[in-house]
Design a protein around this ligand. Structure first.
Ligand SMILES: NC(=O)c1ccc[n+]([C@@H]2O[C@H](COP(=O)([O-])OP(=O)(O)OC[C@H]3O[C@@H](n4cnc5c(N)ncnc54)[C@H](OP(=O)(O)O)[C@@H]3O)[C@@H](O)[C@H]2O)c1
Length: 321
């Protein structure tokens, strides 16, 4: 099968296509023919081996897993003898488990207990390959913040993969949602269900006098020190990036009435994927896709993701849909 492999940490060009052996499912595994996958910021960090801490999980000197990619949508090609949930031909979507990758390839074997479910009705493979990562990460952050109906939440970086998921989930949880993004994404972000959208090129939300129960920094470009004045008493700033936030989380857990939360590592579970499937089928969640690239253009796709300018998600089409 064709797969994108890499054998050393480095720039996007360390990735290349190679013909490798197709995996064979063990008794509890399904073999999936991958139709579409994605390039995420996680893939980019792992490939670069940065921050250094990722090497503790993925290999100190060189990557232990040769194939990147965590999200997928495809068809079950074969099942192991003990598999009961899926049959050959099922259309599925989901993600590998945390610290596992391998979807930038034509086939992958996954345990049937992995974060995998039948593809939502009416959704294309491209769309189904571009929903899991953002939702799992945003859900983890919103749950850590304990969001509940009626709270005021601000989603900063609302146009990214995690941000577009954060806005839609915050809406689903019936909070009052203020989203912050650049001018070009105002309309899109409004259409995802934000009650109001602030253009950060025209207005600094920390200076308009509004306060929130939760400030969700979905893109890792803001900071607790800059936005603490916009938090209500007992409110929290939820981070997605920046190791300093680990220390701040520890510090504010003991001192002060405004907290920093930095929930890591993410937990990718079947329960999350089934929750997402239900949301999509109920019309309460949709995929936001910026660009699509064929598998062989993975280097170009990666370079685009590394501009930090993508809107939502970047899809890699693997086998024509
Ligand atoms: N905690 C975890 O386990 C975990 C896992 C994966 C990723 N992450 C981190 O989570 C963060 C978000 O990931 P993602 O995939 O959602 O990001 P992303 O999709 O790459 O975010 C890109 C979006 O952010 C917007 N943006 C860029 N700079 C901005 C700024 N200064 N203010 C507001 N918006 C800005 C961009 O639009 P404009 O430039 O047009 O505004 C673009 O739409 C990253 O820092 C990533 O490293 C965390």
């Amino acid at each position: 099968m064709r797969a994108v492999v890499y054998d050393r940490y480095g720039p996007p060009e360390v990735q290349h296509l190679e013909d490798i052996e197709r995996p064979v499912p063990k008794a509890d595994e399904v073999l999936i023919k991958i139709r579409a996958t994605s390039v995420t910021r996680t893939d980019c960090g792992v490939r670069a081996g940065e921050p250094f801490i990722v090497r503790l999980y993925f290999g100190l000197r060189r990557p232990k897993q040769r194939i990147l990619g965590t999200e997928l949508a495809g068809e079950v090609e074969a099942v192991g003898a003990a598999v009961t949930e899926f049959v050959v031909g099922d259309q599925v979507f989901g993600s590998t488990s945390a610290f596992k990758s391998g979807t930038h390839a034509e086939f992958i074997c996954m345990p049937e207990s992995a974060p995998l479910a039948r593809k939502p009705a009416g959704m294309t493979f491209d769309e189904a390959a571009a929903v899991t990562d953002g939702v799992v990460l945003a859900l983890m952050c919103l749950e850590a913040a304990g969001i509940s109906k009626g709270q005021r939440i601000l989603v900063y970086g609302a146009s990214g993969a995690i941000g577009t998921a954060g806005v839609q989930l915050a809406r689903y949880f019936e909070t009052d949602v203020t989203a912050v993004c650049n001018t070009k994404n105002l309309e899109l972000v409004g259409s995802l269900g934000a009650d109001r959208v602030i253009d950060y090129t025209a207005e600094d939300f920390t200076k308009n006098g509004e306060t929130y129960d939760v400030i969700f920094d979905a893109v890792g470009k803001h900071s607790f020190s800059r936005c603490r004045g916009s938090l209500r008493r007992g409110g929290c700033y939820v981070a997605t990036d920046g190791l300093r936030n680990l220390f701040l989380a520890l510090w504010t857990s003991r001192i002060g009435d405004k907290k920093v939360l930095f929930p890591i590592p993410p937990h990718y579970t079947k329960k999350n994927v089934l929750f997402l499937k239900d949301l999509i089928e109920a019309g309460k969640y949709r995929a936001v896709i910026d660009r699509r690239y064929p598998l062989e253009e993975v280097v170009e796709a990666t370079k685009y993701v590394e501009t930090h300018q993508k809107t939502g998600n970047v899809v890699l089409t693997v086998i024509g849909t």
